[in-house]
Ligand binder design. Structure first.
Ligand code: PHE
Length: 330
């Protein structure tokens, strides 16, 4: 019998253990054989043999159960080691995430101005009438408000139509000089191939002592900035109107599609409008109780920049969440 105890002891797998179990306990196993032989023995011997066989039967059962448990634990540990997933392992099939092209453009714009020492400010997306219009020299019932129709709440609260209210908030909270940009979402009641109800702007504001800030300063930084964004383009300032700047200008770059020859995108003019700017109107400074200061301000649409940089035809496609489209800009 000892050989079977040794066999159990030495068994290296659950399968081997099962073979042993069959050899010992099976129909033709050694215990069955033993009990069969017992029949031909004398009564005295029978009792002896039966007792011995039953003792071995119980002992071997115990050994088998214990050994099986031990082997199963070892096998489980080995399997766990072998099947462990290395989450840090590179997999060619996994998809790398990427910044949305609008955010990538925004980052590039912010990068330029922070390098030029402009602080990044954020305001409120839900604004009041004072910050969004009134303080920006856009009194109630002024026709210029029509250009920026938006979504209104009760009590003269609204979704901001531009990032310009951040100019007001920043000036109310800080003394001059000011050198800030304000990137963020803005909202208007528009929807066509170049407009979505939500879009992004970056505002810029620089304020210093009276007579210290000139249109030439504004022109220099915007030209430099637009060349940083679009490469070797021509930049043109065109007189325009904004209630919060005087004089005001709209800035064009030579068409990035036809290099100024005239095409469908630039309506055969050779120029593309990219931002609005001007010298801060003194009425704005009055609204925030600033005295003896001068400043310039500008505002641009980040989606428009993105469309021109990536040559995208329909602005709405940027917001459809179509991975096939977005993947092209990674
Ligand atoms: N707020 C203006 C707009 O959204 C842009 C602008 C900002 C123009 C600052 C001039 C100065 O149209």
């Amino acid at each position: 019998m000892k050989e079977w105890y040794d066999a159990i002891e030495e068994a290296q797998s659950v399968e081997r253990l099962e073979e042993i179990r069959i050899s010992v306990f099976g129909k033709k196993g050694i215990l069955a054989e033993g009990f069969a032989k017992m029949k031909s023995a004398s009564d005295e011997e029978k009792a002896q043999i039966a007792k011995s066989l039953n003792t071995h039967k119980n002992a071997l059962t115990n050994e088998l159960v214990l050994k099986k448990m031990r082997l199963q634990t070892l096998e489980l540990e080995a399997a766990m080691k072998a099947e462990a997933i290395d989450v840090s392992l590179y997999s060619a099939s996994s998809q790398a995430g990427a910044l949305h092209p609008v955010m990538e453009t925004m980052d590039r714009i912010v990068e330029y101005f922070t390098a030029m020492n402009f602080a990044v400010k954020t305001g409120n997306m839900v604004e009041d009438d004072f910050n969004n219009f009134e303080a920006l020299n856009l009194p109630k019932h002024h026709p210029a408000r029509d250009m920026q129709d938006t979504f209104y709440f009760k009590d003269e609260m609204l979704l901001r139509t531009h990032t310009s209210p951040v100019q007001i908030r920043t000036m109310m909270q800080n003394k001059p000089p000011i050198r800030m940009i304000a990137p963020g979402s803005v909202f208007r009641r528009d929807y066509d191939i170049t407009h979505t109800p939500m879009f992004h702007q970056v505002e810029g504001l620089l304020v210093d002592k009276e007579g210290k800030v000139s249109f030439a300063n504004l022109k220099f930084i915007l030209e430099d900035f637009l060349k940083y964004m679009f490469g070797d383009v021509e930049v043109r300032f065109r007189p325009s109107f904004f209630p919060f700047t005087e004089p005001s200008a709209e800035v064009d770059i030579s068409c990035v599609f036809c290099k100024g020859d005239g095409c469908r995108v630039c309506s055969k003019t050779g120029w593309l409008e990219v931002l609005g700017c001007g010298i801060v109107d003194q009425n704005v400074f009055e609204a925030v109780n600033y005295e003896n200061v001068s400043g310039y301000a500008f505002g641009l649409g980040v989606e428009r920049f993105t469309m021109l940089i990536h040559k995208i035809g329909d602005l709405r496609s940027l917001f459809e969440g179509d991975i096939k489209l977005l993947e092209q800009f990674q």
